[in-house]
Ligand binder design. Structure first.
Ligand SMILES: [Zn+2]
Length: 502
């Protein structure tokens, strides 16, 4: 069944076009043009949308963890998962209640679709490392059932679980009981060989390079948590399978410091030395990148996932996003499960990224609204699923992943109908649009959200099931380490590194 989707304005890669309707057949956009022209060409097509909507490509969330309830849910504040410095926060993260991976992914997918997100890069947090081969297919099934595309990142680490370096100095800070407890616990029961065997099997069973519903990608979880050999092997695997690698990098000032302590050069230069930088790689966060390394990232075609809310909530700082975009680095937006209002509102995240990227001083680089729309759509798609997947765009031949925003609600009461002119529309709607104003979401030709309601699931029902099955007896997490971690890393602040303006 063909459909013609019309709107007052259509946002085409960050630019607004008036009277630009799309014809969808199956999971593809087969034609674009004026509404009257398309109706004449396809007289049997169903008409959807209309003058009271803005039409834009589905958003792509370039980095997340699919935690379903966020990290503040259900009194876990008291269990140590309150927002804090990343290094302290991570020590409490294991105390979050466990949710069965199918339900967590299903609910996360539904939440994202509600805000117009049609594809997500999911960095998995295993309940237990050794159980990951069973958890990942369940998470994939959850996202599939929700109706959202997923780029799945099973993580692997092989070093520095407790602190980034100087483990013995850290252990010496602890009282004897705690020292014995954490000194025995900081290892993972998943070898690199077992991990890559699992990845091969997942790739064969689930990677979809035709319709791009599911990608299997590789994730050495963070620069400081993975040795050179592991990072190298991961990048090799991604290139061999023609898929991608995603890694957390330079999220905090202490990760920057770790690179200089270990190699005497920046993290980016070190990764380049070992041949890890290339168009197959996406780096999440990148708050503490040296400005002189930005051109190298652009030259190598490395993608960056920008997580502005998370970087604020975990006190990491502000990444030089305008400078990266100006240098030609492909930057996408990711929610990291840590949005400002803890509600996975992608439109607000774009607004925040835009606002905070434009810094004080007339000499500061500018980040335009158009660039931010691209960071949420085409750029995010390219760094999450690869450019060949053709997601995040409304071109003829592209996959039909669409969002209809309520134009009347975005416009508000005060603006005359002819305002804003279409050249101002991207900035106007980026400043004002919210997830509640997302009325329709199409993924691969299917309306998974209609009139603001999920078509496949009763979300309240899914939520009730999650609450009924929460498991509070998880064994991870050591929130009492917080004060010692602060003391330990405070010792790293007295450094002789050139300061970065963040
Ligand atoms: Zn993350």
């Amino acid at each position: 069944m063909r459909q013609i989707v019309g709107a007052r304005y259509t946002l085409l890669d960050g630019e607004a076009a008036a009277d630009h309707a799309l014809c969808v057949d199956g999971d593809r956009i087969i034609a674009a043009g004026g509404l009257a022209e398309l109706v004449a060409r396809y007289p049997d097509a169903e008409l959807v949308g209309g003058d009271s909507f803005i039409l834009c490509p589905g958003f792509i969330n370039a980095h997340d963890h699919g935690r379903a309830l966020g990290t503040l849910a259900l009194g876990t504040l008291a269990l140590g998962a309150a927002d804090d410095f990343l290094e302290v926060w991570l020590a409490g993260l294991g105390s979050l209640p466990q949710i069965p991976p199918y339900l967590a992914a299903l609910y996360s997918g539904l939440q994202l679709l509600r805000g117009g997100v049609t594809g997500v890069a999911h960095s998995h947090n295993p309940a237990r490392w050794a159980d990951m081969p069973a958890e990942i297919p369940e998470a994939i099934r959850g996202y599939r059932d929700a109706g959202i595309r997923v780029a799945m990142h099973p993580p692997i680490i092989d070093q520095n679980m407790l602190v980034y370096a100087e483990r013995e100095r850290f252990l010496a800070l602890l009282p004897p009981d705690l020292r014995a407890q954490v000194g025995a616990a900081d290892k993972i029961d998943l070898s690199a060989d077992a991990y890559f065997d699992m990845l091969d099997a997942l790739y064969d069973a689930h990677h979809d390079s035709v319709n791009h519903r599911v990608h299997i990608q590789v994730s050495p979880a963070g620069g400081q948590w993975c040795g050179d050999g592991l990072i190298h092997r991961a990048c090799d695997w991604a290139r061999r399978q023609n898929t991608r690698a995603q890694m957390h990098l330079l999220e905090t000032r202490y990760q920057r410091r770790y690179a200089y302590k270990t190699w005497g050069v920046s993290f980016v230069k070190r990764l380049d030395e070992i041949g890890a930088l290339g168009p197959w790689l996406t780096l999440a966060h990148m708050v503490w990148v040296e400005e002189e390394d930005v051109d190298l990232l652009a030259e190598r075609g490395v993608g960056i996932a920008h997580n502005i809310s998370s970087n604020l909530r975990l006190r990491s700082g502000l990444a030089p996003i305008a400078e990266m975009v100006a240098a030609g680095v492909p930057v996408g937006i990711g929610l990291d499960g840590q949005t400002l209002d803890d509600d996975q509102d992608f439109l607000r995240e774009m607004r925040l990224a835009w606002t905070l990227a434009n810094r004080d001083g007339m000499a500061a680089a500018d980040l335009s609204a158009k660039a931010v729309w691209r960071m949420g759509t085409s750029n995010a798609a390219d760094i999450s699923f690869g450019a060949e997947a053709g997601l995040g765009r409304l071109d003829v031949g592209a996959r039909a992943d669409l969002v209809l925003l309520d134009w009347e609600a975005v416009r508000g009461r005060w603006a005359p109908m002819e305002f804003p002119p279409s050249e101002l529309l991207p900035a106007f709607s980026l400043r004002r649009a919210k997830r509640e104003q997302v009325r329709g979401v199409m993924v691969a030709g299917e309306w998974v959200l209609r009139d603001g309601a999920h078509a496949r699931f009763d979300v309240d029902e899914v939520e009730r099931e999650i609450y009924a099955r929460l498991d509070f007896v998880a064994d991870g997490g050591a929130p009492e380490l917080g004060e010692y971690l602060r003391e330990f890393y405070r010792g790293w602040d007295e450094d002789d590194l050139p300061p970065l303006r963040r």
